[in-house]
Design a protein around this ligand. Structure first.
Ligand code: ATP
Length: 679
C-alpha cells in the first residue's frame, strides 16, 4: 500500500468499470472522462460522506444547489473574467506547452537558482519591495517571472523611432506577438522608453537564459514569455446570430462556472433569511465546475469538467469579534483541521494497524500558501495535499481559504468608499443588493467574512483509489519460481544489450534507430534493481515490464504472459477502501451454481441487502477467482452459500483485507454487516 504508479490505478479503473475515456468512439476528447458503474457509485459515496459530515453532523450548516449558468456580471464582479488565468509558456523547439509553475516544479534547484540570479539585478526588481519576492520556490518564482516579463514587454512596446526594428524583433521572438500586434502595442504605449539596453539579453528572456529544461526531451528549451490564458468556458444564452465580438454577441455571453462558490455568495441572504440563520453559519454545495485547463492530465487529477464540494462559512469580521468569540484565524485553523481529519479518516480502512495509520498520515499534509501564491480574494490559504504515486507526487486535494469579506462586498451595490479601497474593488453599479447582515446579538450591521473549504470530488476519488491500491503476495513463491524469474531477466538483459549496441551503431551512422538506447538502459537498471531485491520486490516485476524502454523487446513480450499467470497465483490486487467508499459493499456466491437450493438461498441473501446498498450475485467462476475479482474493486465482504448452509442456515462471510472467514447465521447477517459497514 499504496499504488506505486498512477498507471496501476488507471488500468484498474479502465478495466473494472470505474472510469472510461470520454467520446472514445471518435478518438476521445483530451481530459474528459466518463464514470462507469463502479465509478459513479464511488463518486456518490464521496459526496455522501462529505455531505453527512458537512451538513447533517453540524448544527450550523445548510445546503444549496445553485444553477451552473449565472449572469456574466457575476464573473465580472468576482474578478474571474479579469484574473482567472493561468500563465502558459511554449517551447518553440518541441512545440510543447506548459503551465509556468508546473514547468518550474520540474526543474532542478540549480536551474531555479539560475533564474533568481538573472532576475535579482534586473531593473524590474531594483525596488526593494519586489526584490523580496524572488525566491527559488517554484510558485513564488512563477509570479516573479510573470511580473518581470510583463514589465519587459511594456518596456519594449514603448519604442522611439530609431529603436523600432530592434524592439519589434524582441516582441515577436520572445513574446510571440505578430507584426500587427507589435504595431498596436507600440502605438498604445504612452511613454517611449529611452534605452533598450536597460534589459540585457538574458534579462529579456530568463527562462531560456537559465536553460530551463523541457521535460519532454530533457533538453534546454527556447521558451516564449508566459501568456495569460482565461480558464472559463464561454457559451451563449438564447439563440445568437450576431458575429463574434459584436455588442449583441458579447451581451449574450455566459460562462460555465469554474467554481461553485459564487452561487453560494449570491444566495447568502436567501438562505440566511429563509432558514432564520445567525452568523456564524455555513452553506454547502456540490456540483460540476468547468475549467479550460491548459495542461490537463494525470488521469482524473486535472480535468476540464469536474465536480467540487464547497463550503462557504460566514463569520463575524475581526473588528466585531468579541471577547471569547472565535477570530477569523481560529475559524480558519478549525476548518483546516476538520477537513484534514476527514481525509485521513476515509483514507484509513478499519483494518489498519498503528503502523499503517502512521504511514497513511505521512502521505497527507497541510501546506500554507506563500504570499505570492494567494488568489486575489484570499487573506490566507492552506492546501491539503496528498503524495500521489510517481512524478505527480504532492498535489492539492483541497484548499481552505480565508476569503475575508471580498466576495460578498464585490457583489454588493452599496459599499462604503473605504471598503472598496481596502479590497481594491471598483464600485458595483450592476448589483441591486447589498450582502450585509444585521447581527441581532451585537446589534451591528456588517458584511460577514468567509472561510472556504473547497475540495474536488473527482480528485478525491483518485486520492482514495491511489491510497487503497495494494498488490499483496498471498502465497510464498518457491526458490525454483524465483530462480525462473532471475533467469528470464538475464535473458532479457542479454537481448537488450545487443539492441543497445545496434541502436548506438545506427545512430552513429545517422540511421533511424529502432530502440532508444537511453530508455532501454534505464529499463535494464530498473529490472536489475528489482531482481536483486527478489522475493520482496515480486509485486514490482510486472510494473517494470511497463517501462517505456521495454517496448519492442521480444523476450519481454514472451516473459509477460507466464509472469502474469504466475502473479495471479501468488498475489492479489486489493483495494483497501474504507467500507463507506466501496462501490459494492457485498457480493454473494453459490458454491455450486447447478444446485438450485444453494442458488436460491444465495439470491435470497442478495435480495435481503440490495435495497440497503449495492449488492451483487456472481456465479461465473470458482470461489477463489470470485474473491479476487471483488478484492480488486474493494468489496469489503463476500458471502458464500454452501451445502452446510442448507442444513443449518449459516454462511461463510469473508473479510477483504484480512481474508478471514467466519460462519454466520443468516438471521444474524443484518446485524453483522450493518455494524461493520457502519450503516
Ligand atoms: P490547482 O492548483 O491544482 O489548479 P486550484 O488551486 O486551482 O487547483 P481550487 O480553485 O482551490 O483549485 O479548487 C478547489 C479544489 O477543486 C481543488 O483542491 C481540487 O481538488 C479541485 N480541482 C480544481 N481544479 C480541478 C481540475 N481541473 N480537475 C479536477 N479537480 C480540480
Amino acid at each position: 500500500m499504496p499504488a506505486k504508479s498512477l498507471e496501476q490505478v488507471v488500468n484498474l479503473c479502465k478495466t473494472r468499470g470505474f472510469v472510461f475515456p470520454g467520446s472514445a468512439a471518435y478518438g476521445g476528447v483530451a481530459s474528459f472522462w466518463d464514470y462507469g458503474p463502479l465509478g459513479v457509485e464511488m463518486l456518490n459515496h464521496v459526496k455522501r460522506i462529505w455531505w453527512q459530515e458537512s451538513v447533517y453532523a453540524r448544527d450550523d450548516m445548510e445546503g444549496l444547489d445553485a444553477a451552473i449558468l449565472m449572469s456574466r456580471k457575476v464573473w465580472q464582479h468576482s474578478g474571474h473574467e479579469a484574473t482567472f488565468t493561468d500563465p502558459l509558456v511554449d517551447n518553440r523547439e518541441t512545440k510543447r506547452r506548459y503551465r509556468l509553475d508546473h514547468l518550474l516544479k520540474r526543474q532542478s534547484a540549480e536551474v531555479l537558482e539560475a533564474i533568481c540570479d538573472i532576475l535579482k539585478p534586473a531593473p524590474t526588481f531594483t525596488a526593494p519591495s519586489r526584490q523580496a519576492t524572488i525566491s527559488p520556490d517554484p510558485e513564488a518564482l512563477a509570479s516573479a517571472l510573470i511580473y518581470h516579463y510583463r514589465e519587459v514587454q511594456t518596456h519594449f512596446s514603448a519604442s522611439t523611432d530609431q529603436m523600432k526594428s530592434e524592439n519589434a524583433a524582441i516582441l515577436m521572438d520572445v513574446f510571440g506577438l505578430t507584426e500587427d500586434e507589435v504595431r498596436r502595442a507600440s502605438a498604445d504605449s504612452p511613454v517611449p522608453r529611452a534605452d533598450s539596453k536597460m534589459f540585457e539579453p538574458e534579462q529579456r528572456d530568463p527562462l531560456t537564459a537559465a536553460a530551463v529544461l523541457d521535460p519532454a526531451d530533457g533538453k534546454p528549451g527556447k521558451w516564449t514569455a508566459p501568456r495569460q490564458f482565461n480558464l472559463m468556458f464561454v457559451t451563449h444564452v438564447g439563440p445568437v446570430e450576431a458575429a463574434p465580438n459584436t455588442p449583441e454577441e458579447i451581451a449574450a455571453r455566459a460562462y460555465l462556472r469554474p467554481e461553485t462558490a459564487q452561487g453560494i455568495f449570491l444566495n447568502f441572504k436567501n438562505v440566511q433569511r429563509s432558514m432564520a440563520r445567525k452568523v456564524p453559519f455555513g452553506i454547502a454545495q456540490m456540483g460540476k465546475a468547468f475549467r479550460n485547463e491548459i495542461t490537463p492530465g494525470n488521469f482524473i487529477f486535472r480535468t476540464r469538467e469536474f465536480e467540487q464540494m464547497e463550503i462557504e462559512f460566514f463569520i463575524k469580521p475581526p473588528q466585531f469579534t468579541g471577547e471569547g468569540e472565535k477570530t477569523d484565524e481560529q475559524w480558519h485553523e478549525e476548518w483546516i483541521d476538520q477537513r484534514y481529519r476527514w481525509w485521513l479518516r476515509y483514507a484509513t480502512p478499519p483494518t489498519a494497524g498503528n503502523v499503517e495509520m502512521e504511514e497513511i498520515e505521512e502521505r497527507f499534509r497541510k501546506r500554507a500558501q506563500a504570499a505570492d501564491e494567494l488568489a486575489h480574494y484570499a487573506k490566507a490559504t492552506t492546501d491539503i495535499e496528498y503524495k500521489f504515486p510517481g512524478s505527480l507526487s504532492w498535489g492539492e486535494i483541497e484548499g481552505v481559504a480565508n476569503r475575508t469579506d471580498f466576495d460578498l462586498t464585490a457583489h454588493s451595490g452599496d459599499v462604503p468608499e473605504e471598503d472598496l479601497k481596502r479590497l481594491k474593488l471598483e464600485p458595483n453599479k450592476d448589483s441591486n443588493q447589498t450582502f450585509d447582515y444585521f447581527d441581532p446579538d451585537a446589534k451591528q450591521r456588517y458584511v460577514p467574512w468567509v472561510i472556504e473549504p473547497s475540495a474536488g470530488v473527482t480528485r478525491a476519488m483518485l486520492t482514495f483509489l491511489c491510497e487503497a491500491y495494494d498488490e499483496e503476495v498471498v502465497k510464498e513463491p518457491t526458490k525454483q519460481e524465483i530462480d525462473q524469474i532471475k533467469s528470464d531477466a538475464a535473458m532479457i538483459k542479454n537481448n537488450a544489450e545487443k539492441k543497445i549496441k545496434a541502436a548506438e551503431k545506427d545512430a552513429a551512422a545517422g540511421k533511424e534507430t529502432k530502440h532508444d538506447p537511453v530508455q532501454v538502459r534505464a529499463f535494464l537498471d530498473q529490472l536489475e534493481d528489482v531482481v536483486n531485491r527478489l522475493p520482496e520486490s515480486l509485486d514490482e516485476v510486472l510494473l517494470t515490464l511497463d517501462h517505456p524502454g521495454a517496448e519492442n523487446l521480444e523476450p519481454v513480450k514472451k516473459f509477460r504472459v507466464p509472469t502474469e499467470k504466475f502473479m495471479e497465483e501468488v498475489s492479489r490486487t486489493v483495494l483497501r477502501l474504507h467500507p463507506a467508499l466501496a462501490p459494492i459493499k457485498l457480493a454473494v456466491f453459490p458454491l455450486k451454481k447447478n444446485k438450485p437450493e444453494i442458488v436460491e438461498m444465495a439470491k435470497g441473501i442478495k435480495r435481503m441487502f440490495q435495497k440497503h446498498f449495492r449488492t451483487v450475485y456472481d456465479d461465473s467462476a470458482g470461489i477463489g477467482r470470485l474473491y479476487r475479482r471483488q478484492d480488486e474493486i474493494g468489496t469489503p465482504y463476500c458471502i458464500t452459500v454452501d451445502f452446510e448452509s442448507l442444513e443449518d442456515r449459516t454462511v461463510t462471510v469473508r473479510e477483504r483485507d484480512t481474508m478471514e472467514q467466519e460462519r454466520v447465521a443468516i438471521d444474524d447477517l443484518k446485524d453483522y454487516l450493518f455494524t461493520r459497514l457502519d450503516i
